[in-house]
Design a protein. Structure first.
Length: 436
């Protein structure tokens, strides 16, 4: 991992600065929207706009890059991001903010696609898994750092909007000055949703549910904090706890994923997240209880994204894995668009505690569906107790197709190695059975 960091530190530094800028503006929108008097439902639409733009950008950016090149796309979209960040405090209207969030979601997605394609291109078969792990750590560190910056100035002023604009602008320097040849884009045959659901119903339904939970965590947690009466410092600690949990528990869950039936693990983490959300819903006045619950929920739901991808790949041939990733990302994006709207509606109906209610219900539904699917077909876990599925690769929600492609390349290589080992073992058994 150290060798990967040494060769890609500038790219990773630029990505971390991007994540700090994005994480800060994501939380700041919720706090500033409350100051401006926006309703909870208006803030939910504003949050949803980001994920709508992000989904569109992840689908369109590769085609744009093919036409005009990485550097031009990077510079153009980065300029739009900086401009939008400055426009937020200048145009304090909920409809305008919805439009601005769609634009900034599209631009951030395109910027991530560009930078992540470079990261994928710089990784080799020997270190792609380590590069994925480092990238996930960088993402989480960037988001957590952003929450600390929320306390350096008055959310009612301009400074906190200027800071992410500056960070995003600075992030381009290490990326553009360090990268070498731009990677080529290849066309991947995407599986249809019908085929994907037929292969892995739990993977598709789980991704849809998880998209809603992730977008609620990323976009509506600060809104919840304002409605619950938290101070700005408390909001920053609360949001940080979600992503600290994700960073700390990602790798233990990944370790378990390679050593047990993944459906049992999916059921287990979903039940734990449901339990934590239920406790937070019942004891919502105890701040430290909420911190513990948010840590657990973040630690369960974020690794669940990679776990669902790994589980789906257990039932795919290597040549279909890349095509499946595009479908899973799209399903997750649909859930992410709907998540803030449903969260905002529940918070309007039940108050701030509606935030926990949507997580509780969604994860409960995921648990129930996972339990149901366990009755419908055999596990990929071998009867003799040896796990023959492809290893887990760390990747978080909100990924673009290129990070998913990196993960799938890790899966494909591992699947091919498993197949070669099984073939060699079969040949060895056959040779031993021959008369001597």
């Amino acid at each position: 991992m150290f060798e990967v960091f040494k060769s890609s530190w500038a790219l990773l530094l630029g990505m971390m600065l991007l994540m700090v800028g994005n994480g800060l503006q994501g939380s700041l929108i919720g706090v500033r929207g409350d100051i401006e008097g926006f309703t909870t439902f208006e803030l939910s639409l504003i949050t949803s706009g980001y994920f709508l733009g992000f989904l569109g950008g992840s689908r369109m950016a590769p085609n744009i890059i093919q036409r005009v090149g990485h550097v031009r796309v990077f510079a153009a979209l980065g300029s739009f991001i900086s401009a939008v960040l400055i426009l937020y405090p200048a145009v304090t209207d909920p409809i305008a903010w919805v439009v601005l969030r769609v634009v900034i979601g599209f631009c951030f997605s395109g910027v991530y696609v560009t930078a992540e394609s470079w990261l994928n291109n710089s990784a080799s078969n020997d270190n792609r898994g380590q590069a994925l792990s480092l990238y996930m750590i960088v993402q989480m560190v960037g988001i957590v750092t952003a929450q600390g910056l929320l306390n350096v100035a008055d959310p009612g002023g301009f400074i906190l909007f200027v800071i992410p604009s500056v960070l995003v602008s600075i992030s381009f320097a290490p990326i553009l000055l360090s990268v070498t040849p731009t990677p080529a884009f290849g066309a991947t045959r995407q599986l249809s949703f019908a085929d994907l659901y037929k292969i892995s119903p739990l993977g598709v339904i789980g991704m849809l549910m998880l998209g809603g939970v992730f977008s609620a965590q990323f976009g509506m947690s600060a809104v919840y904090g304002t409605r619950a009466g938290f101070s700005v410092a408390q909001i920053s600690v609360f949001v940080s706890s979600i992503f600290v949990g994700a960073m700390v528990l990602q790798f233990p869950i990944g370790w378990l994923s390679d050593r047990m039936d993944r459906r049992i693990l999916i059921l287990g983490v979903s039940v734990i997240a449901t339990t934590a959300a239920t406790i937070a819903w019942l004891f919502g006045t105890q701040f430290y209880v909420l911190l513990a619950c948010s840590f657990i929920i973040g630690g369960m739901t974020n690794p669940l994204y990679a776990l669902l991808i790994a589980y789906t790949n257990d039932y795919l041939e290597p040549e279909d894995m890349a095509g499946a990733s595009g479908g899973l990302l799209f399903v997750n994006g649909l859930g992410a668009i709907a998540g803030p709207v449903l969260t905002g509606w529940l918070m309007t109906q039940f108050g701030a505690q509606g935030f926990w209610l949507i997580i509780m219900v969604t994860m409960m539904a995921t648990s129930a569906y996972a339990a149901f699917r366990m009755t419908r077909r055999p596990s990929a876990y071998a009867e003799e107790g040896e796990y023959e599925a492809v290893p887990y690769a760390a990747v978080g929600p909100g990924s673009t197709p290129f990070i998913a492609e990196m993960a799938q390349e890790v899966y494909v290589e591992a699947a091919e190695e498993i197949a070669e080992a099984a073939e060699a073992e079969a040949e060895g058994v056959a040779e031993e059975s021959l008369p001597r």
